[in-house]
Design a protein around this ligand. Structure first.
Ligand code: LLP
Length: 448
């Protein structure tokens, strides 16, 4: 069994003299300087992924790539994407504030989510968010009331649920009718007719997002075709759209998956759109939007960790590391695979026999606290540094304080070899700041 698979790493990460580096900066040096666990991102990898989605393959309509903030909401990452001209897909007032703090404009945001509160809708309308993706009739009515009371008009899309199997993990499939997201095509059509006559509402687009970590083109093609047919039906009804938002969901390689490249994805979707444009009576040219998260930042980030304790045993060999399920939740939650790579390459002497296989586990008090299973790591020793690859998306963004563990620091490495700290390691004080000791004195009723 190969001990490591560097094919999951984008180009800025490479070995140099046995040391895994980012832009030539040894990652073990970053571990010593900033401590572990540590998230490390390559800005070049993020920039290249974004640009290839935005510009690769000729495309028949103007396209706009939004970044799904939930994948990695760090201000350091968002500000990079602002400078690249990205739009943003947000799902809460908190994410809107992040985009604004990072220098982004509310007009460049689309607001998704199945349960936005009246307060969040109000904030979105008041700050001038570009489009609110409405997911139910009830939300449409609520938004009309909120916008009217503010004397504003809310730009909207309805999110349709096309009932398509994205062939991904059930927790991250969103476009099947048994999923909570969006409206069926019939219900969405009725909602558009209603929206037309509601005060405080302006129809600007249509939206669809069928799931995440999708590694085949076919579900995207099916969804695109359904959305485009629906746009035709709306146009026959006199409802014209300024944009069509096809969501995100493009997968990355964690192990041996072969997801379509940005160019393959864009040329395939572009061909669907081109065919549609040809057969269309209406000659308007709507903007084509996307909401990618993982495909922009997923491969660009690594979680670095230190081996604390080795516990070889009869049934299993455990390597207890200083990162845990609270730092990277994906393995515990989805049984996700993240490649494990030694920061300093170790070559066993000839005839050394098979390397031991290890389960990488964290210090959290649950057997579900594992990061990787059954990985062959030659000559693994306490104090070694390891990287968990493809952790740039839904890694730090899903981290928690479980077991009162402060969240990791985060750094970005730039092509000129500068290293920017974009998040300090969380301090115990700030972790406890919002809590209060209770002043209530319970009386022990059995006391004499
Ligand atoms: N748009 C909407 C409405 C979404 O709900 C999502 C992700 C995206 C765009 C971006 O999807 P992406 O391009 O990143 O696949 N925590 C899970 C992934 C959850 C995805 C949630 N929605 C994971 O770690 O795999």
């Amino acid at each position: 069994m190969p001990t490591e698979n560097l094919s999951v790493l984008p180009q800025p990460f490479a070995r140099d003299g046995g040391e895994l580096c980012c832009e030539g900066v040894p990652l073990s040096m970053l571990c010593r300087e900033h401590g572990t666990p540590l998230y490390v991102y390559s800005s070049r990898a993020i920039i290249e992924s974004f640009q290839s989605l935005q510009t690769s393959a000729p495309f028949p309509l103007q396209r706009r790539v939004c970044f799904a903030v939930k994948a990695n909401p760090n201000l350091g990452i968002l500000s990079l994407l602002v400078k690249l001209g990205a739009g943003f897909d947000i799902v809460s007032s908190g994410e809107l504030q992040r985009v604004i703090r990072a220098g982004g404009r509310p007009e460049d945001c689309v607001f998704s989510g199945v349960g936005k509160s009246a307060q969040e809708l109000g904030q979105a309308v008041q700050s001038g968010v570009g489009c609110i993706n409405v997911e139910s009739q009830s939300e449409l009515l609520q938004l009309s009331r909120v916008a009217t009371s503010l004397g504003r008009v809310a730009p909207i899309s309805m999110r349709i649920n096309p009932d398509i199997d994205a062939k991904t993990h059930p927790y991250i499939s969103t476009g099947l009718k048994e999923n909570k997201f969006g409206l069926s095509i019939d219900d969405a059509h009725a909602a558009y007719r209603q929206a037309r006559s509601l005060p405080g509402i302006r129809i600007v687009g249509v939206d669809c997002h069928i799931g995440s970590q999708i590694t085949q083109l076919e579900p995207f093609v099916q969804a695109t075709q359904r959305v485009l047919m629906f746009v035709d039906a709306l146009e026959r009804d006199g409802i014209e759209l300024e944009h069509i938002d096809l969501g995100g969901g493009l997968g990355i390689r964690y192990r041996d998956e072969t997801p379509p490249s940005a160019a393959e994805f864009m040329s395939t979707i572009g061909a669907c759109v081109e065919g549609w444009l040809k057969g269309r009576v209406n000659k308007s040219r709507p903007l084509l939007m996307f909401e990618f998260g993982r495909a922009i930042v997923g491969a660009a980030g690594l979680l670095l960790t230190r081996v604390e304790v080795l516990k070889p045993g009869e049934a299993k060999n455990f390597a207890v590391v200083d990162a845990a399920m609270n730092d990277l939740m994906r393995p515990s939650l989805y049984e996700a695979w993240h490649e494990v790579i030694s920061l300093t390459e170790k070559r066993p002497p000839p005839g050394a026999g098979e390397a031991l296989c290890w389960d990488l586990v964290g210090p959290v008090c649950e057997s579900g606290d594992w990061l990787a299973r059954n990985r062959c790591l030659p000559l693994l020793a306490e104090g070694d540094f390891l990287a968990l690859a493809s952790a740039g998306a839904y890694g730090s963004s899903m981290a928690s304080n479980y077991n009162s563990r402060p969240r990791p620091a985060e750094v970005v490495v730039h092509p000129d070899q500068t290293v920017e700290l974009i998040r300090h390691r969380e301090q115990l004080d700030s972790m406890l700041n919002d809590e209060r000791v209770s002043s209530f004195s319970p009386v022990y009723s059995g006391a004499k």
